[in-house]
Design a protein around this ligand. Structure first.
Ligand SMILES: CC(C)(COP(=O)(O)OP(=O)(O)OC[C@H]1O[C@@H](n2cnc3c(N)ncnc32)[C@H](O)[C@@H]1OP(=O)(O)O)[C@@H](O)C(=O)NCCC(=O)NCCS
Length: 169
């Protein structure tokens, strides 16, 4: 999978990306993942990880696990210099499209209760709060908000479109 336009490229994450990803991790998360965490994710057959790259550098990434009809978002980050330019939304839409293609009915994620930018992003895409995981982030003793997005409506609209096209041909 690779999509390019004049400004950036989106493709699957590769081992060679990890050094650049770790720099973004350091300035994005209180408990950054290590190289080993990413290497292990790249070997996980249930995982899909994507990166965003421009002429200068890798500036964003996101990933998820796809299994049992569900998609579980594991990470998303955009380099601070590139934030508030809709790249986070672009990465989320990519994960949503990929989950629909896989046939997932729902998407689920955990987010720090203090992470307003991320919560707003997810809410604007149809995720809603379904619970709290107490003390989920051990290093800060913060609770996680669990958010879920149902993809059934999207799937139904796709099926309706397909039937409409078939009916019209
Ligand atoms: C969360 C994150 C990925 C958003 O990426 P981004 O590229 O800056 O976001 P976008 O420009 O696509 O913004 C999409 C929406 O997110 C919300 N948002 C983004 N930045 C925001 C901010 N600083 N304050 C409030 N809402 C914000 C808004 O709803 C925005 O929609 P709008 O522009 O129509 O108002 C980015 O802030 C990031 O990398 N944070 C550090 C890592 C992280 O916390 N990841 C989430 C872990 S659960």
């Amino acid at each position: 999978m690779e999509e390019t336009n004049s400004d950036f490229t989106i493709r699957y994450m590769a081992k060679e990306d990890i050094d650049q990803i770790l720099l973004i991790e350091q300035c994005s998360f209180p408990a950054p993942w290590t190289a080993r965490s990413f290497l292990s994710e790249l070997q996980n057959k249930f995982a899909r990880y994507f990166v965003l790259i421009d002429q200068e550098r890798l500036f964003g990434y996101a990933g998820m696990w796809l299994f049992a009809g569900e998609s579980h978002i594991t990470t998303i980050a955009v380099h601070p210099d590139y934030r508030s330019q809709k790249y986070g939304r672009l990465l989320m839409k990519l994960l949503i499209d990929c989950s629909i293609d896989y046939g997932a009915d729902t998407m689920i994620l955990e987010v720090r209760e203090s992470n307003t930018p991320a919560i707003r992003l997810y809410s604007s895409l149809g995720f809603r709060k379904i619970g709290i995981r107490k003390n989920y982030y051990l290093e800060t003793h913060e609770d996680a908000i669990v958010m879920l997005c149902s993809l059934k409506q999207d799937k139904k609209e796709e099926e309706d479109d397909e039937h409409a096209h078939q009916g019209g041909s």
